[in-house]
Design a protein around this ligand. Structure first.
Ligand SMILES: NC(=O)c1ccc[n+]([C@@H]2O[C@H](COP(=O)([O-])OP(=O)(O)OC[C@H]3O[C@@H](n4cnc5c(N)ncnc54)[C@H](O)[C@@H]3O)[C@@H](O)[C@H]2O)c1
Ligand SMILES: [Zn+2]
Length: 364
């Protein structure tokens, strides 16, 4: 098992990465002394796979266990789902010391973290991420939220978990599409901070796609280390440090929004397309060498992520990008690679540069 500490003073916590950790979660959580009564928030698909083993592991260490099942889709990240869980929790919570476990992908993690952040003004919670994307990204950093109809993640806060238990064996049951979604975020980490990680993925992506556990453990470990370092310097996303995690996300979010969250593109796929657009913007501004931009595009294609935007018109994506909640006073913000391993935050990229880059990535 590998361990990375997210250093946030009294809110510090460990991210544990290893194989078979779900079966050990009772012992790990017991040491934290955060309660005696576990409420596991998950969905039917993940419950079918891991309910028995997590229940056994928790009961073995003396915890009581209750499951709260939510629908399996982004729709679960809603105020109405949160409200029904909160109502049921409050009725159940008699003579108990409740803590929450988020067992699932990013959807369950964001929702369960949000519920934990508001229940009794804050209830301890544990992340047990079961998708590659959640293991490398959403389970760390404490951004918890639900969606509103106008946009995703509009109601939320920063609320850190007490521990993150990343059982890499859990991802064996994911679809190839979900593995690729996680790879998009891993490539992102390589481009923003770590050329060695980027090179590792270039040489080992075939092993990763075949679920070679050693390679997966390595890329999860490296990615978590990068994210943990960034979070420790800018927990609340105020110091222009955490912003670099949004590389590929400016247009990625716009692509997701313009497709009406229809499922045409998953989050990781949209981020891959967003990285491509960002590369074209950076090329247009002369920030990055052609060879580096090509390397990024090539790797995205090799792992099987989409390389051209299909079925959504450029003006629709352009319009959606204007609503980015990170933009201030009408100025857009792009995270642009200057080479592999380094990015710059650029505010106020000219409209024409954005439109040209976007158009060059559309294939209708
Ligand atoms: N909080 C953050 O910092 C942050 C960062 C990135 C993404 N997110 C959020 O994360 C969400 C996307 O997360 P995701 O990509 O994990 O999607 P997801 O949670 O929808 O999971 C993808 C699918 O995989 C299934 N699944 C989960 N674990 C499985 C397993 N072990 N085996 C088989 N199937 C499994 C899920 O039931 C679901 O159908 C979005 O809502 C996004 O906004 C949050
Ligand atoms: Zn992302």
């Amino acid at each position: 098992m590998k361990k990375i500490k997210v250093r946030l003073g009294e809110r510090s916590y460990d991210v544990l990465i290893g194989r078979g950790l779900i079966g050990d979660c009772g012992r790990i959580i017991k040491r934290l002394r955060i309660g005696t009564d576990a409420v596991v928030i998950t969905n039917p698909r993940v419950a079918a796979l891991y309910k028995k083993s997590i229940e056994k592991a928790l009961k073995r260490d003396g915890f009581t266990v209750r499951f709260e099942l939510v629908p399996d889709s982004e729709k679960a990240k809603s105020l109405s789902t949160a409200r029904s869980i909160l109502n049921r929790l409050s009725r159940y919570d008699v003579n108990k010391r409740i803590f929450i476990i988020a067992l699932g992908g990013g959807v369950v993690g964001d929702l369960a973290g949000f519920v934990a952040s508001v229940y009794r003004r804050g209830t301890p919670y544990v992340q047990i991420p079961t998708t590659l994307l959640a293991q490398v990204d959403s389970s760390i950093g404490g951004k918890v939220a639900v969606d509103l109809s106008v946009a995703k993640n509009m109601v939320g806060s920063f609320y850190q978990p007490r521990v993150v238990i990343s059982d890499v064996s859990a991802i064996k049951t994911l679809s190839l599409r979900q593995i690729r979604n996680g790879l998009a975020e891993i490539i992102k980490y390589g481009v923003i901070k770590d050329s060695a990680l980027f090179k590792y993925v270039e040489s080992n992506y075939a092993k990763i796609l075949k679920l070679d556990m050693g390679s997966i453990e390595y890329v999860v470990f490296k990615s978590v280390g990068i994210k943990a370092g960034i979070i420790a310097r800018d927990e609340l996303d105020r110091r222009r440090v955490r912003a670099i995690l949004n590389y590929g996300h400016t247009m990625g979010h716009a692509i997701e929004a313009a497709s009406g969250y229809s499922g045409r593109y998953d989050h990781g796929e949209a981020v891959a397309l967003g990285m491509r657009v960002a590369g074209r913007v950076a090329r247009g501004l002369g920030l990055i060498k052609r060879s580096d931009a090509v390397k990024i595009e090539t790797l995205i294609g090799k792992v099987g992520l989409p390389v051209a935007i299909k079925g959504i018109a450029a003006p629709k994506i352009y319009a959606a990008h204007l609503h980015d909640k990170k933009f201030t006073r009408g100025r857009n913000r792009f995270i642009l690679a200057v080479n592999i391993g380094n990015v710059r935050i650029i505010d106020g990229v000219a409209d024409s540069a954005v439109r040209n880059a976007l158009r060059s990535c559309i294939d209708n």
